[in-house]
Design a protein around this ligand. Structure first.
Ligand code: PMP
Length: 287
């Protein structure tokens, strides 16, 4: 089956979809994106992802595409056309293709945003081996720019981080600023100590994870204690549990940090419980 993608108002087979070589995302990394997961054919946390897209566009002075209010319908149509049961929808909005290369932003009356969406099918997304056994992470310096709260397509350093982890025989990298963990290359980072769930507070240092917001809400509703503060990598190595959250990994245990097992090196009860609650509650609210 040929995948059907969405490009600037059209649903097309992927091999017929085209974007200009002058597109600002291609030349300047001038684009933002969202990833929404699909479970049982339904979209998880869609409203949160759309709201964050709105914020990313505003922060970068990027015009809102005309189809902004149709995004739910477009997501659903792509899921339907591609028969996605479990997987994700990737959405990218760029500042468009002004027809030349220039550092200055183009006049928004003359250059309209480029909008691209495609699906990735991932059967069994909610029950991967990594979710059962946990992942191993290394720590690396956080060399990204200072506006990590904006979800831009400038993902070269996170990509390099994943490669450094892979080379070390691990799954991901936790990034450090002044010895404190900011986040994973594509996820938010947490530790659990003496029953407390600890995660860095929201600022420009990290992406405001949509899964993070939901998980912390569910944790508080379940009477768990949440402490939003920075933690060091040494504190993480000495924690009772560690885990990550993201739209495609949900809640995933971290069982090793820089070669040190976290506790006994197996997924702990708090991460397991949070994963169960998150999956159950977000499936109930899926659209
Ligand atoms: N931090 C970073 C750097 C990310 O790339 C992501 C996932 N895109 C997250 C956190 C998690 O965000 P979300 O829960 O919205 O997927």
């Amino acid at each position: 089956m040929t995948r059907i993608v969405y490009v600037n108002g059209e649903y097309l087979p992927e091999n017929e979809a085209k974007v200009s070589i002058f597109d600002r995302a291609f030349l300047m990394g001038d684009g933002v994106y969202e990833v929404t997961s699909v479970l049982q054919g339904k979209l998880i946390d869609f409203d949160g992802h759309r709201a964050r897209l709105d914020r990313s566009l505003t922060e970068l002075d990027m015009p809102k595409p005309d189809i902004f209010d149709d995004l739910l319908e477009i997501h659903r149509e792509l899921v339907r056309r591609n028969e996605v049961v479990d997987g994700l929808v990737y959405l990218q909005v760029t500042r468009g293709a002004p027809g030349d290369r220039d550092f200055a932003f183009p006049d928004p009356d003359e250059t309209t945003p480029t909008v691209v969406l495609f699906t990735q099918s991932k059967p069994g997304l909610a029950d991967t081996p990594a979710s059962r056994t946990g992942i191993k992470v290394i720590s690396i310096d956080d060399l990204r720019w200072d506006r990590r709260d904006i979800k831009t397509v400038q993902l070269l350093y996170p990509s390099m981080g994943k490669m450094m982890a892979k080379k070390a025989g691990c799954d991901d990298a936790w990034m450090l600023q002044d010895g404190y963990v900011t986040e994973g290359t594509s996820n938010n980072a947490y530790i659990v100590k003496n029953g407390k769930i600890i995660t860095r507070k929201l600022s420009n240092d990290i992406l405001h994870g949509i899964t993070r917001a939901a998980v912390l809400r569910f944790a508080k509703e379940a009477q768990m204690t949440v402490e939003e503060r920075s933690f060091t990598i040494d504190e993480a190595k000495d924690a009772d549990e560690a885990f990550i959250t993201s739209a495609s990994a949900f809640v995933q245990p971290v069982v090793e940090i820089d070669g040190h097992p976290v506790s006994d090196g197996t997924p702990g009860p708090v991460s397991r419980r949070l994963r169960e609650i998150y999956l159950e509650e977000s499936l109930k609210a899926a659209v």
